[in-house]
Design a protein around this ligand. Sequence first.
Ligand SMILES: [Zn+2]
Length: 324
Amino acid sequence: MTRRRPFHSSLSPGAPFAPSLILLFILFSWGCGGGDRPERVEGEPLRVVSTIGMITDLVERIGGDRVSVQGLMGPGVDPHLYRAGAGDLRALTSADLVLYNGLFLEAALGEVLEEMGDRVPTRAVTADIPRDRLLAPQEFEGSFDPHVWSDVSLWRIAAGTILNALLDVDPEGEAHYRERHTALDAEMEELDAWVREEVARIPADLRVLVTAHDAFNYFGRAYDVEVRGLQGLSTVTEAGAADVQELAAFLLEREIPALFVESSIPTRTVEAVRRAVLARGGSVEIGGTLYSDAMGSAGTPEGTYAGMVRHNVTTIVGALGGAR
Ligand SMILES: [Zn+2]
């Protein structure tokens, strides 16, 4: 499959920092005393701002009533494309702690987060994942694949990083945070084992996950599934006609019964692949909607990290013929 440069390859870690106008404005107001970060009030919850829902959920789980979490990116929001609005910048500048994924997932927020780090405690939740457990596909020119949450064992490490970040800014809450983290960690360990068992139900030759973009490479490595995405690691570049035909040929040749759409990505490219398979006389179904880069709505099972993982796995296993 033809690979394109991911959007974030132009944002290498050493790239010169070029602040946007809106960021300059915020920083300028700071200098004038108009945007000073309010002091934390004793007894008030810790103000945490997080980017993707998968982080927001872990912070809520570990923080409980000691924290008030504002997640910037809601259901259906694509983090690769997300840009901060004025309200987000206000929340970020007045936060006690900012947590983000890092690895250039939040590509368009990158410079804001970078600049924020000088003023507000800011932590990339992927910072403690050993670099040798990160995927660095050579076609992405040295950038790591940011979608680590699709491997539950890696997201457990992120939960530990979130715990430590909370301890750093609110050491008095140590017993509270540790107790809640321990319970969460046990649940995640169980979830990881559950995913492995479920995926193993899929017949080995059909254990192929085809989606719109490459959000499931860590999932594939952890749970032994071959993964094919149309758009590459980032969603900034769109798949071309040649990619669509190539993927259709692959699905036909391997007789894969289903491919999947993602809640945060327009469905048209996946539908184009399906049509291409049908045009060649084959058959393939849309196996359902997966939550790749964003969770489901708050208050639904898919609105939590564990619920999102369970939904994805149940959908994948069902559509690829995993026996019950
Ligand atoms: Zn993605």
